[in-house]
Design a protein around this ligand. Structure first.
Ligand code: ADP
Length: 127
């Protein structure tokens, strides 16, 4: 793991239990779908009133024509749908959690090269 974050703490007003689940989902996927000893980068940045968390891996990637459906419930990519993954629910739930916090998820992936999954959430948001 390579961890890139500002030295000063970034304070975010959010449900820590839920955001922990989102980060564990993204980190778990990066670990599951990457070869041993490859690098996983966790990057935290903030801009104005938003914080960005990105988890980038050098794993198997996702075919381009499947990227738009990867956040749908029970969907797994054709390169991992042999049951080796999980239920295909993690990303769908993560997206809902992040959007309920007023944020959004983003992603980018290249087959055989790696994936970047992340989210941005406001540092303060209403109830
Ligand atoms: P699960 O991992 O439980 O199957 P997710 O909703 O978290 O469910 O992920 C859905 C699918 O998206 C995975 O099964 C896999 O096919 C694909 N995927 C998610 N993250 C990655 C990643 N980092 N690299 C490659 N494929 C991924």
């Amino acid at each position: 793991f390579q961890f890139n974050a500002p030295t000063n703490p970034i304070l975010v007003h959010c449900d820590s239990e839920q955001i922990n689940q989102v980060i564990r989902n993204l980190l778990g996927n990066a670990l599951k779908f990457s070869p041993d000893m490859s690098k996983i980068i966790v990057e935290i940045t903030h801009r104005e009133e938003h914080v960005n968390v990105v988890i980038a891996d050098q794993g198997i990637g996702i075919p381009e024509d499947e990227l738009t459906s990867i956040f749908s419930k029970f969907v797994q990519s054709s390169v991992t749908n042999n049951g080796a993954g999980g239920t295909g629910l993690g990303l769908a739930i993560s997206k809902r959690i992040v959007e309920a916090m007023g944020g959004e998820m983003f992603f980018d992936s290249t087959l055989g090269v790696g994936s970047r999954f992340g989210f941005t959430i406001p540092m303060e948001h209403g109830e």
